[in-house]
Each structure stands twice: as C-alpha cells, then as structure tokens.
Write a protein that binds this ligand. Structure first.
Ligand code: GLU
Length: 471
C-alpha cells in the first residue's frame, strides 16, 4: 500500500513550488490507490503561525487536494521525538554535545583548514562531563566511512561520500528536535513508502538514510522533484511576481488551471497540455518527471486559465465573477444585479478574459460611469462628423421600448441608410461611447447588457465630449 505525505512548514504562504510537490504526491497516491497524508512541520516555532497553517489548508482545499490522514502537527508529537532521541543515546548512536558557540566556531575554522569543510569534529563523542553554563544539544553519530547510495525515482542513482557529513544536531539545546531527525521519525512511524519532495532536500537524504538505519526503520523510496525556475533561469521567487497559491486565486486563476499548469512544470505526457484531474490520476508517473528544472511561464498559465474559463460551468463562473465584483470593491453585495443578468454578462465576457479579474475589468462599464475614453480611440472615432450619427442613434432609440438583437440591428440599418455610411463608420464610435474603450465584446451584446437608459446617457455624454473637443 502506497503512503505518501506532503509536509509543509507553516512559515509562509503555500508557494507554487510546494503546491506542485503536494500535487505530485496526491496524484501518485490517487493513481496507486494509496494514502495521502498531510503533516504540518511546525517545529520552527518562531516562524510558524496558525494563520499560515490555515492558509495552507485552505489553498490545498481550493486546489482539490484532499488528504486521507492528518493534518498531523509535529509540535503535538514532541514526546515521540524525545523518546526516539533518548533511544539513540542509550544505544550509543547519539550523544550530548556540550560545546559552546565559541568552541564550535574554533572547531569549524580548524576543520575548514584541515579538510575544506567547516564541520563538527565529533569531540563530544568521547566527552562525558557536562560543561557548566552550557545546555547540551544532541548530536547523531554519523558514519563517515564510504558512501551513501540510493536510487532516486526521478534522478536515478545518487552516490554521496559520507566524509562530507558531520555529527549533525538532532535535538537543539532548547529540547526541540531538528528537521532531519523528526522527518525520519515521522516518515517511518507514519509508514511513508515514498518520499516525494523538492530537490532542495536531496543533500539531506544521506543524513536521513543514516538515521533510518540507526533507528532500525525501513528506508522509503525517494523522488526529488526539480526546482521551478523563473524566466531568467534563477530560482523562482517573489521577484518574478506572484508565487503563492493565494495570489493566483486572488488574480482570478481557476484552481483547475493552476493545477494543470503546475503538473506540467516538470512532468509531461507527449506534447499534450490540457488534462483534467481524472486523466492526470490515470497518466501521472513519477518516472516521467523530468530531471532538469522547469521554467515558469506566466503567459502559459493565462492561456490555460482562459481555456478553463471558457469551458467551465456558467453558474460556477457567475458566482465567482459576482464574488470578484464585491471583492474588488466594484459593487456591494446588496448592489449585485440579479443572477440572470450576471449570467448573461459572464456568457459574453468569458470569451476574451484570461482571468476572472480581467472579466471584471472588461465589464466595469456596466456598473461604473465611463470616466475617460481611450485616447487613440478618441482620435479615430470621435471626430465631429460623428455627432450627427450619434444623434440619429438617439432618435432611433427613442422609438424603441425594449432592446432586442433585431431592434438593435434595425436601428443601425436605419442610421446607416440615413447618412449613407457603412456600419464601421458608426460601430466603433458607439462602442467607445458605451465602454470608453476600443475593444469589447460584440456591439449588440454590450448594448443589450448596458440597457436603454444608460445607453442614451452614454451617447449624450459622448456627443457633449466630442463637441467640447471642438476639433
Ligand atoms: N517541511 C519541509 C519543507 O517544507 C519538508 C521537507 C520534506 O518533505 O522532507 O521543505
């Protein structure tokens, strides 16, 4: 039975790199009908917060990453780690170290000169006497001989010279155990069969393997997932823009788009780009995760999101759009138009929008006065000879009680005939008058959504504006 875990440290938002690790674990577990366990690694008490824990869980739920066990919290398990550390001490596999910070500095300097690595020299292995005024740490007796060899599912065989290692600390002087120790105890006691995590932990693996052996635990399989790089090929960070799952959510990226995007950062299946979760569960294999780092491409995420926006259920998208209207401060909850209207707006605007936020931006003119007109549009479509055309539009509008696609078509036909012009001589002018922009969905659609009353006002306003320019 496959058992995998995702083990975030709640010292920040859920980063997309972390989310991708969670996704790979989840897909692997689901594909193998195994278990996906969530463990919060909160032993760094000064940097871990409840808010981050909540947010990580929330981001995971949003991405649809359900877990079968947990969330376990390491701070609830401290007594287990203490017990295991004591066991190692009793068995002579770990020892108290009384070296003071000054002494450690000296040792490291000495070792740097001697072997090029500033490591601990193991002197407390044989020192039994406590030193007054120093709270001891517990160090693990590392085997410095030979090599640690393991087969990484993604990276193949890894050979690590053990002389690189020193007797590392497993319990700090404040009694809190360190990452390398607790991760091994937890992974072993939780029956983890495959450790799938970021490549930044590859150098920890030899230490952990020695701990597994010393503790008498079976060693799991490892799969280290390559880093995500920014477009400049440096490690992805805030410099490159949004990196937290939350930030993408706030942009109006759909969870299935982010999921699909993240899976493809490092994993591929031919040159196919679009996959739903069921397909991924079926197709995902750790062996198909590439060895080289994946390069992040925001445009591609937008492209995927656009695809999912166009293809998602209209009611769901309408709810999301309404939520964004409120969140972005465009309307208050109680000012939201009826559901039917929102639905019609969404049907029209989803075709061009790459994010839900863009949908809101593009449709802003439906809720807000047009404060300004696109400058190049004004030059091209607001010249004085348009005034009489717009006045004809107003005349025609007066004769219409209720706007329908047919009536709108008839209206334009009449205006065109009256002035002996073409539709293109008036369409952009009306679009600019209604939206303030030169690009929008179809004119008929936006006229219907704007409604007669607002339409009249906007056209009058445009006429006044053109007159005031006095060109
Ligand atoms: N808490 C560690 C991290 O967030 C987990 C590492 C691991 O998966 O072993 O990087």
């Amino acid at each position: 039975m496959v058992r995998v875990r995702f083990a975030p440290s709640p010292t920040g938002h859920l980063h997309i790199g972390g989310a991708r690790t969670a996704i790979f674990n989840w897909l692997f577990a689901r594909g193998k009908k195994g278990k996906f366990i969530l463990r919060i690694e909160d032993t760094d008490r000064s940097r871990s917060t409840e808010e981050y824990i909540e947010e990580i869980l929330d981001s995971m739920r949003w991405l649809g990453l359900d877990w079968d066990e947990g969330p376990y919290r390491q701070t609830d398990r401290l007594s287990i780690y203490t017990m295991e550390a004591e066991r190692l001490i009793k068995e002579g596999k770990a020892y108290y170290c009384w070296c003071s910070p000054e002494e450690l500095e000296e040792i490291k300097e000495e070792m740097r000169k001697k072997c090029g690595i500033p490591k601990y020299d193991g002197r407390c292995r044989n020192r039994c006497a406590p030193k007054s005024g120093v709270k001891p740490v517990v160090r693990f007796k590392v085997d410095n001989e030979g090599y640690t060899v393991f087969k990484d599912i993604i990276r193949g065989e890894i050979v690590y010279p053990n002389n690189q290692l020193d007797d590392f600390i497993i319990v700090r002087s404040d009694g809190i155990p360190t990452y390398n120790f607790v991760v091994v105890v937890d992974d072993a006691l939780m029956g983890i069969t495959h450790v799938i995590r970021g490549e930044d932990h590859i150098n920890n693996t030899p230490k952990q393997i020695q701990l597994y052996k010393a503790l008498g635990y079976p060693i799991p399989q490892f799969a280290h997932v390559p880093m995500i790089l920014g477009p400049d090929r440096k490690k992805l960070s805030k410099r490159h823009g949004a990196v937290s799952v939350r930030a993408y959510r706030e942009e109006g990226i759909l969870p299935e788009a982010l999921f699909n995007f993240l899976v493809r950062l490092g994993w591929s299946y031919g040159d196919r780009e679009i996959f739903n979760k069921e397909e991924l569960i079926e197709l995902f294999r750790l062996e198909d995760v590439g060895k080289s780092p994946a390069v992040y491409n925001y445009e591609k995420l937008l492209w995927l999101n656009h695809y999912y926006i166009k293809n998602t259920d209209i009611d769901r998208l309408s709810d999301l759009y309404a939520e964004f209207l409120v969140k972005e401060g465009i309307l208050k909850e109680e000012e939201l138009p009826p559901k039917e209207y929102i639905r019609d707006v969404v049907i029209v605007f989803k075709e061009r929008a790459r994010t839900v936020k863009e949908m809101v931006e593009h449709s802003l003119f439906l809720y807000k006065e047009v404060e300004s007109y696109d400058e190049s549009g004004v030059e091209k479509f607001f010249n004085p000879d348009k005034i009489s055309y717009l006045e004809s539009v107003l005349d025609e509008l007066e004769r219409i009680d209720e706007l329908t696609p047919e009536k709108i078509e008839e209206l334009f036909n009449n205006v065109i005939k009256r002035h002996n012009i073409k539709l293109k001589d008036i369409a952009q002018t009306v679009r600019l008058a209604i939206t303030g922009r030169t690009v929008s969905p179809g004119l008929v659609e936006i006229i219907l959504l704007t409604g007669k009353e607002k339409l009249v006002k906007r056209i009058k306003k445009a006429i006044d504006f053109i007159k005031s320019r006095g060109v």
